[in-house]
Design a protein around this ligand. Sequence first.
Ligand code: CA
Length: 236
Amino acid sequence: MDILIIEDEKEIAELIRQTLERESFTCYVANNGTDGLNMFYQKQPDLILLDIMLPGLDGLEVCTRIRQKPGTKDPYILMLTARGEEIDRIIGLSTGADDYLVKPFSPRELVARVRAVLRRSLRQNTPASQQHKTRHFVIDLDQHTATRKLPDQDEPEELDLTTLEFNLLATLVSYRGRVWSRTQLIDHLWGNDFFGDERVVDTHIRRLRKKIEPDPANPIFVKTVVGVGYKFEDDN
Ligand code: CA
Protein backbone atom coordinates (compact mmCIF):
# COMPACT_ATOMS: atom_id res chain seq x y z
CA MET A 1 0.00 0.00 0.00
CA ASP A 2 1.49 3.30 -1.16
CA ILE A 3 0.75 6.50 0.68
CA LEU A 4 1.22 10.05 -0.55
CA ILE A 5 1.67 12.71 2.13
CA ILE A 6 0.83 16.27 1.05
CA GLU A 7 1.81 18.57 3.90
CA ASP A 8 3.66 21.90 3.81
CA GLU A 9 4.95 21.73 7.39
CA LYS A 10 8.07 19.71 6.71
CA GLU A 11 8.56 18.49 10.27
CA ILE A 12 5.03 17.11 10.40
CA ALA A 13 5.41 15.54 6.95
CA GLU A 14 8.64 13.89 8.06
CA LEU A 15 7.09 12.61 11.28
CA ILE A 16 4.18 11.10 9.35
CA ARG A 17 6.56 9.52 6.84
CA GLN A 18 8.72 7.94 9.54
CA THR A 19 5.70 6.68 11.46
CA LEU A 20 4.17 5.03 8.40
CA GLU A 21 7.44 3.63 7.06
CA ARG A 22 7.92 1.87 10.38
CA GLU A 23 4.62 0.17 9.60
CA SER A 24 6.05 -0.91 6.23
CA PHE A 25 4.03 1.47 4.08
CA THR A 26 5.74 3.04 1.08
CA CYS A 27 5.54 6.82 1.41
CA TYR A 28 5.93 9.78 -0.92
CA VAL A 29 6.01 13.36 0.33
CA ALA A 30 5.00 16.60 -1.38
CA ASN A 31 5.15 20.00 0.33
CA ASN A 32 2.55 21.88 -1.69
CA GLY A 33 -0.68 21.19 -3.56
CA THR A 34 0.70 21.42 -7.09
CA ASP A 35 3.60 19.03 -6.41
CA GLY A 36 1.18 16.77 -4.57
CA LEU A 37 -1.17 16.61 -7.53
CA ASN A 38 1.70 15.85 -9.92
CA MET A 39 3.05 13.18 -7.60
CA PHE A 40 -0.40 11.63 -7.35
CA TYR A 41 -0.54 11.13 -11.12
CA GLN A 42 3.03 9.77 -11.19
CA LYS A 43 2.85 7.40 -8.26
CA GLN A 44 -0.84 6.40 -8.15
CA PRO A 45 -0.90 5.88 -4.37
CA ASP A 46 -3.65 3.94 -2.61
CA LEU A 47 -4.10 6.55 0.08
CA ILE A 48 -3.43 10.27 0.29
CA LEU A 49 -2.90 12.15 3.54
CA LEU A 50 -3.88 15.64 2.52
CA ASP A 51 -3.34 18.74 4.60
CA ILE A 52 -6.03 21.40 4.07
CA MET A 53 -3.99 24.58 4.54
CA LEU A 54 -1.39 24.44 1.78
CA PRO A 55 0.30 27.24 -0.14
CA GLY A 56 -1.04 27.64 -3.67
CA LEU A 57 -3.62 24.95 -4.33
CA ASP A 58 -5.18 24.13 -0.97
CA GLY A 59 -6.10 20.64 0.16
CA LEU A 60 -9.79 20.95 -0.66
CA GLU A 61 -8.96 21.97 -4.23
CA VAL A 62 -6.45 19.13 -4.58
CA CYS A 63 -9.09 16.69 -3.31
CA THR A 64 -11.71 17.99 -5.74
CA ARG A 65 -9.33 17.72 -8.70
CA ILE A 66 -8.33 14.16 -7.82
CA ARG A 67 -11.96 13.14 -7.55
CA GLN A 68 -12.78 14.81 -10.86
CA LYS A 69 -9.88 13.16 -12.64
CA PRO A 70 -8.63 10.08 -10.78
CA GLY A 71 -5.89 8.04 -12.38
CA THR A 72 -5.95 4.28 -12.71
CA LYS A 73 -6.69 4.13 -8.99
CA ASP A 74 -9.37 6.04 -7.16
CA PRO A 75 -7.40 6.70 -3.96
CA TYR A 76 -8.65 7.01 -0.43
CA ILE A 77 -8.22 10.54 0.83
CA LEU A 78 -7.69 11.33 4.49
CA MET A 79 -7.76 15.08 5.16
CA LEU A 80 -5.50 16.58 7.81
CA THR A 81 -7.06 19.59 9.46
CA ALA A 82 -5.78 21.92 12.13
CA ARG A 83 -8.97 23.65 13.10
CA GLY A 84 -12.45 22.60 14.03
CA GLU A 85 -14.20 24.93 11.62
CA GLU A 86 -12.46 23.34 8.67
CA ILE A 87 -14.34 20.13 9.37
CA ASP A 88 -17.55 21.89 8.34
CA ARG A 89 -15.92 22.83 5.07
CA ILE A 90 -14.84 19.27 4.41
CA ILE A 91 -18.45 18.19 4.82
CA GLY A 92 -20.11 21.20 3.24
CA LEU A 93 -18.12 21.28 0.04
CA SER A 94 -18.57 17.58 -0.67
CA THR A 95 -15.01 17.29 -1.85
CA GLY A 96 -15.08 13.52 -1.76
CA ALA A 97 -12.69 13.05 1.14
CA ASP A 98 -13.10 9.69 2.84
CA ASP A 99 -12.15 10.72 6.34
CA TYR A 100 -10.25 13.36 8.30
CA LEU A 101 -7.79 13.60 11.14
CA VAL A 102 -7.52 16.66 13.40
CA LYS A 103 -4.04 17.99 14.19
CA PRO A 104 -2.25 17.52 16.45
CA PHE A 105 -2.58 13.74 16.31
CA SER A 106 -0.40 11.06 17.84
CA PRO A 107 1.51 8.53 15.71
CA ARG A 108 -0.74 5.88 17.20
CA GLU A 109 -3.91 7.69 16.07
CA LEU A 110 -2.45 8.14 12.61
CA VAL A 111 -1.57 4.47 12.23
CA ALA A 112 -4.99 3.41 13.56
CA ARG A 113 -6.76 5.61 11.02
CA VAL A 114 -4.61 4.46 8.12
CA ARG A 115 -5.18 0.84 9.08
CA ALA A 116 -8.93 1.46 9.24
CA VAL A 117 -8.80 2.72 5.66
CA LEU A 118 -6.74 -0.28 4.64
CA ARG A 119 -9.25 -2.64 6.22
CA ARG A 120 -12.02 -0.92 4.36
CA SER A 121 -10.29 -1.40 1.03
CA LEU A 122 -9.64 -5.05 1.82
CA ARG A 123 -13.26 -5.55 2.75
CA GLN A 124 -14.34 -4.07 -0.57
CA ASN A 125 -12.15 -6.57 -2.35
CA THR A 126 -13.42 -9.56 -0.41
CA PRO A 127 -16.18 -11.22 -2.38
CA ALA A 128 -19.17 -13.09 -1.04
CA SER A 129 -19.37 -15.17 -4.20
CA GLN A 130 -16.97 -15.40 -7.09
CA GLN A 131 -18.79 -14.45 -10.23
CA HIS A 132 -21.88 -12.60 -11.31
CA LYS A 133 -23.16 -13.25 -14.82
CA THR A 134 -25.87 -11.32 -16.53
CA ARG A 135 -26.89 -11.32 -20.18
CA HIS A 136 -24.14 -8.92 -21.26
CA PHE A 137 -21.76 -8.83 -18.29
CA VAL A 138 -19.47 -11.15 -16.36
CA ILE A 139 -18.15 -9.74 -13.08
CA ASP A 140 -15.33 -11.86 -11.70
CA LEU A 141 -14.76 -11.02 -8.06
CA ASP A 142 -11.62 -13.14 -7.70
CA GLN A 143 -9.88 -11.70 -10.73
CA HIS A 144 -11.40 -8.28 -10.14
CA THR A 145 -12.38 -8.05 -13.77
CA ALA A 146 -15.57 -7.02 -15.49
CA THR A 147 -16.27 -7.94 -19.10
CA ARG A 148 -19.11 -6.87 -21.34
CA LYS A 149 -20.23 -8.34 -24.63
CA LEU A 150 -22.76 -6.31 -26.55
CA PRO A 151 -24.71 -7.82 -29.47
CA ASP A 152 -22.47 -6.09 -32.01
CA GLN A 153 -19.25 -7.39 -30.41
CA ASP A 154 -17.63 -10.66 -31.42
CA GLU A 155 -15.58 -11.05 -28.25
CA PRO A 156 -16.17 -9.99 -24.65
CA GLU A 157 -14.44 -6.72 -23.86
CA GLU A 158 -12.71 -6.19 -20.53
CA LEU A 159 -13.88 -2.96 -18.95
CA ASP A 160 -11.33 -0.50 -17.64
CA LEU A 161 -12.79 0.33 -14.21
CA THR A 162 -11.31 1.88 -11.08
CA THR A 163 -11.60 -0.16 -7.87
CA LEU A 164 -14.53 1.93 -6.74
CA GLU A 165 -16.33 1.66 -10.08
CA PHE A 166 -15.77 -2.08 -10.08
CA ASN A 167 -17.17 -2.40 -6.56
CA LEU A 168 -20.12 -0.22 -7.48
CA LEU A 169 -20.91 -2.34 -10.52
CA ALA A 170 -20.42 -5.59 -8.58
CA THR A 171 -22.76 -4.32 -5.88
CA LEU A 172 -25.49 -3.31 -8.31
CA VAL A 173 -25.17 -6.56 -10.28
CA SER A 174 -25.08 -8.76 -7.17
CA TYR A 175 -28.68 -7.88 -6.41
CA ARG A 176 -30.08 -7.41 -9.87
CA GLY A 177 -33.29 -5.41 -9.99
CA ARG A 178 -32.91 -4.26 -6.41
CA VAL A 179 -33.25 -0.53 -6.01
CA TRP A 180 -30.37 0.96 -4.04
CA SER A 181 -30.64 4.30 -2.30
CA ARG A 182 -27.54 6.46 -2.21
CA THR A 183 -27.23 5.83 1.54
CA GLN A 184 -27.35 2.08 1.03
CA LEU A 185 -24.68 2.24 -1.65
CA ILE A 186 -22.49 4.35 0.62
CA ASP A 187 -22.92 1.88 3.50
CA HIS A 188 -22.07 -0.97 1.19
CA LEU A 189 -19.08 0.62 -0.52
CA TRP A 190 -17.52 2.78 2.15
CA GLY A 191 -18.86 1.37 5.41
CA ASN A 192 -20.24 3.25 8.37
CA ASP A 193 -17.36 5.63 8.63
CA PHE A 194 -17.97 7.29 5.26
CA PHE A 195 -17.57 10.99 5.54
CA GLY A 196 -18.97 13.29 2.91
CA ASP A 197 -21.95 14.14 0.81
CA GLU A 198 -24.14 11.42 -0.64
CA ARG A 199 -24.08 13.14 -4.03
CA VAL A 200 -20.64 11.58 -4.43
CA VAL A 201 -22.60 8.45 -5.42
CA ASP A 202 -24.05 10.27 -8.44
CA THR A 203 -20.56 11.19 -9.58
CA HIS A 204 -19.39 7.60 -9.46
CA ILE A 205 -22.56 6.37 -11.19
CA ARG A 206 -21.95 8.89 -13.96
CA ARG A 207 -18.38 7.66 -14.43
CA LEU A 208 -19.48 4.04 -14.41
CA ARG A 209 -22.16 4.71 -17.03
CA LYS A 210 -19.59 6.33 -19.30
CA LYS A 211 -17.65 3.10 -19.27
CA ILE A 212 -20.41 0.50 -19.50
CA GLU A 213 -23.38 2.08 -21.25
CA PRO A 214 -23.57 2.13 -25.07
CA ASP A 215 -25.21 5.55 -24.69
CA PRO A 216 -24.46 7.04 -21.24
CA ALA A 217 -27.11 9.72 -21.74
CA ASN A 218 -29.76 7.01 -22.09
CA PRO A 219 -28.61 4.25 -19.76
CA ILE A 220 -30.08 0.78 -20.28
CA PHE A 221 -28.10 -1.06 -17.57
CA VAL A 222 -27.67 1.30 -14.62
CA LYS A 223 -31.08 2.90 -14.30
CA THR A 224 -32.08 5.87 -12.18
CA VAL A 225 -35.11 5.27 -10.00
CA VAL A 226 -36.43 8.79 -9.53
CA GLY A 227 -36.60 9.87 -5.92
CA VAL A 228 -35.00 6.66 -4.69
CA GLY A 229 -31.65 5.78 -6.21
CA TYR A 230 -30.29 3.30 -8.73
CA LYS A 231 -30.75 -0.24 -9.98
CA PHE A 232 -29.09 -2.56 -12.43
CA GLU A 233 -31.05 -4.21 -15.22
CA ASP A 234 -29.83 -6.58 -17.88
CA ASP A 235 -32.82 -8.70 -18.81
CA ASN A 236 -33.32 -11.02 -21.70
CA1 CA B 1 -0.48 23.30 6.40
